[in-house]
Design a protein around this ligand. Sequence first.
Ligand code: PGA
Ligand code: ZN
Length: 426
Amino acid sequence: MRIRQLRAQEVLDSRGNPTVETEVVLENGIYESAIVPSGASTGEREACELRDNDPNRYGGKGVLNAVRNVNTIIADCVCGVGIQSQADLDYKMIELDGTPNKSRLGANAILSVSLAFAKAVAKSNGQSLFESISEENLFTLPVPCMNVINGGVHADNNVDFQEFMIAPHHATDFQTAIRMGIETFHCLKKVLKSKGYVTSVGDEGGFAPNLNSNEEAIEVILEAIHCAGYKPGEDISICIDPASSEMWKDGKYHFFKSDGSYKTSEQMVALWEEWIDKYPIVLLEDGMAENDWDGWQLLTQKLGDKVELVGDDIFCTNPKILQEGIDKNVGNSILIKLNQIGTLTETLETIKLAYDNNYNCFISHRSGETEDTTIADLTVAVGAGHLKTGSGCRSERVSKFNRLMRIERQLGDRARFMGVKTFKNR
Ligand code: PGA
Ligand code: ZN
């Protein structure tokens, strides 16, 4: 396989910030493009998202340097030479970059090439992207974990925790799960309205009202599940991502947005124990902060055999950090975000390491997203069984659901849906 040309340009993400789009043209004339997403509550050890920092353009958020790196340095290295495989291309770029966190060329530059190449190769072989990535041809459609209440740094409200998700797992197939989730989303709007709350949405399309407490977010969701005609816990369960690294300061967890109080790690673990006892929660992501490894170990001891404990900021989709987590008995699942590590190949290595060690993989969008639907295909290809890609509105979110419904139709009898069995320890 040879690449004839790379064409990168600056486009926009869902927050109106610039991001990188790259088109890969293969020697046989086939071309495909990919756009990279961007996070807000990022982990400290994520690969580098290269921004121009030129205050005269897009408030410093321009990505012209990353675009130039694709069109010049990366193109010079990978165009017109034999590319043996995805891994061959990705490692060529990793070597060319030469830094541990892709800070020379930018992970945004490198990932855009990596994903566009993967799509072009699939097209060239007459395959769908998920078929092309898959090694086992076991295609699992995911439980769509929909982030229906937004808080934290994703919304201008008084809710400290970032994401309250519904997981419609008691379904025979993906399309039914989507319908259950969307019906609940619309009921939630009614429930919020009836209480006099605003129904405007946050970055990921979930409602972002001011509430009387963080816990009230769960109460209104339970009401919405009932109102939609489903049973909490049996049909639809709850997943939470408090993104607690954002609350971590001077060794404590601060409830900055609500009442200004704080908790120690032990108190934070106690809060999660109480909630998991009281509510039908099947998954807790970043229950502890990325720099609170002791807290994470305590959380895992107390709750690791009851619910899925997903590491996002703490692992950053990085196989080296995940290995450290496995060795220290931290969590039982990892969040997978392609742009935290910067190539498809490394992402697949991290997923393999997780599976080999009996960790789950929870595939994820970023809060700054685009119309690119690669994560839908990735989820099916690796059989992750669940993904989070926002709420029931905003096209950059539902485009992934729509892609998954198309994949399900395409697969017909070959599509599997695991439901609640997907979640660790369920
Ligand atoms: P981010 O949020 O994309 O802003 O990092 C998503 C998450 O924390 O899971
Ligand atoms: Zn997270």
